[in-house]
Ligand binder design. Structure first.
Ligand code: SAM
Length: 361
């Protein structure tokens, strides 16, 4: 997922890809390394942060252990997550596609010509393409920046859009959400639209989510917008449970890949993945899926230079949350972020929503 510490890189002006251009002349979609723009979060610091999170989380008492959810998103994990989005059980993507298929043109209406579009945690770009297609159809000259953690995946997913647009320019931003927020401060001359799709906000606690969105509000100008997609609590419990434990077992593979990623991060045999299984639990009161590893056989995490950490058979280790929001909780989130909703697009049953936020008074 993460390479060596980069030297600071200039910000190249992205080029619109030209349809029909021969591969020899077609410009490569630029991937801008912004990891070094946020000095406190260089790649080394990020990797170090995840390693520290692993150690701290595993040092907690029996059945209170946890692991950082960033372990999920290495190259293999991102590919598995893309497969999850094609599973019929993972209703979130289907609902978002339904909304975007009907309203992408309205979203495009609200994007000024000359704007930049920054997508946080872009992942695979199947849904984003619906918005970019609508912008292209309106002839809007916008620059789209896909931000994510893994450079090979940014290259792969953006390459799938190469040659598709004449008005829309494409680029990748390689870094964390925080790096993206820092980078955004340099882009003051152009209207800025932030996209945060896939209900990724659900991975944060409700408190963290409000604070996080607020940090963007502190950077954005009154004309700028933040579009966020959030899943609701208004689904059948069985549907929510199936979404986080699909019949094809892709989510299970995605989860266990995160455990294997610990071995890569420490470059050592830290954990025997076969000693664990994936065990999700939907906490109805908290309105969130909680993803756990369940220990099948007593084992030890052997982190280099640390005392081995014993995990007992039957012990649970939490590694991810997926919070759902009802209407009141959504309103509380906007309030915590200091933002107000200017437009909302919802799925047919109102159980998934895209909200456009503004900080204009
Ligand atoms: C739930 S997936 C959603 C992917 C895609 N937006 C979608 O809707 O299908 C979360 C995405 O956010 C990215 N991500 C998670 N934490 C991140 C962070 N701190 N900084 C940058 N990207 C992050 C992951 O790599 C992944 O692509």
């Amino acid at each position: 997922m993460l390479g060596p510490v980069p030297s600071p890189s200039p910000v190249p002006e992205p080029q619109a890809s030209r349809p029909g251009a021969s591969p020899a002349f077609e410009s490569t979609i630029p991937i801008i390394d912004i990891r070094s723009t946020a000095r406190s979060v260089t790649v080394a610091a990020l990797e170090e942060g995840i390693r520290n999170g692993v150690l701290a989380g595993l040092s907690r008492p029996y059945n209170e252990k946890e692991l950082p959810n960033l372990l999920l998103y290495n190259e293999g994990g991102l590919r598995l997550f893309e497969q999850i989005t094609y599973q019929p059980d993972y209703y979130l993507t289907g609902l978002e596609i339904d909304i975007l298929s009907r309203y992408a043109h309205q979203i495009a209406d609200s994007v000024p010509d000359g704007a930049i579009l920054l997508e946080l945690g872009a992942g695979a770009l199947r849904k984003t393409a619906l918005i970019l297609d609508a912008l292209e159809a309106q002839g809007k000259a916008v620059t789209y920046f896909a931000l994510d953690l893994d450079k090979p995946e940014l290259l792969r997913t953006l390459a799938e859009l190469k040659g598709r647009y004449t008005h829309v320019s494409l680029a990748g931003l390689w870094g964390t959400y925080d790096d993206g927020c820092t980078w955004l401060k340099q882009i003051k001359e152009r209207p800025r639209i932030i996209l945060w799709l896939g209900s990724s906000v659900g991975n944060m606690t409700r408190k963290e989510a409000g604070q996080f969105i607020r940090t963007f509000g502190d950077v954005l100008a009154p004309r700028d917008r933040f579009i966020i997609a959030i899943d609701s609590r208004y689904h059948k419990l069985d549907d929510i449970r199936a979404a986080y434990n699909d019949r094809a077992g892709v989510t299970r593979r995605f989860a266990l890949n995160a455990l294997g990623n610990i071995n890569d991060l420490f470059n050592a045999n830290v954990v025997d993945v076969s000693c664990f299984d994936y065990n999700p639990y939907y906490n109805e009161i908290q309105g969130r899926n909680e993803a756990y590893f369940r220990c099948l056989k007593e084992t030890q995490f052997k982190i280099p230079s640390e005392t081995p950490i014993l995990v007992h058979e039957g012990e649970y280790i939490r590694f991810a949350f997926s919070h759902k929001y009802d209407r009141v909780e959504r309103q509380m989130l906007w309030t915590a972020a200091g933002a107000h909703p200017v437009q909302e697009w919802a799925s047919r049953d109102g159980d998934y929503a895209l909200t456009m936020l503004s900080w204009a008074s």
